[in-house]
Unconditional design. Structure first.
Length: 140
């Protein structure tokens, strides 16, 4: 990875939903907005994050009803932020260190400006050229 700033690859679309939002409503919002996560709020305060994977693993797989279970009940409470000027390498290291797949991205004033996910990083071109072996398929 080249020295790419987090701001250059993060997702800028942030959807905020109150903690009392039901999971089926949150899933519909994710579908409609073509996103995989929402930031959960309690009044004006950020209180957690829920991903589409969280809905599946923490709720559906546990047999929780999506029409009565709230975001607050399954949200990840530890919100990890990184500055938008940090490098992607620093962000990946933070993800590894904290065992998370997403980071909230803030500006110098600690205002939320985006979300960086592993899929954002995976879409970056690699610095080493890929070579293929004759007669063999090249990985995509």
């Amino acid at each position: 990875m080249a020295r790419t700033a987090v701001a250059d690859v993060m997702t800028r679309r942030i959807v905020y939903l109150p903690g009392d939002t039901l999971l089926d409503e949150a899933a519909q919002a994710m579908r409609d907005q073509a996103i995989g996560d929402v930031v959960v709020t309690e009044g004006p305060t950020l209180s957690g994050m829920v991903t589409d994977r969280d809905i599946v693993v923490r709720a559906i797989a546990a047999g929780l009803p999506t029409r009565t279970t709230t975001l607050a009940s399954i949200a990840s409470r530890e919100l990890i932020m990184i500055d938008q000027t940090a490098t992607v390498e620093e962000a990946v290291q933070a993800m590894r260190d904290r065992d998370v797949r997403r980071l909230l991205v803030c500006d110098a004033d600690r205002n939320l400006v985006g979300i960086l996910s592993l899929s954002d990083v995976a879409l970056l071109p690699t610095s080493a050229p890929q070579t293929s072996t004759p007669g063999r398929a090249r990985p995509t």
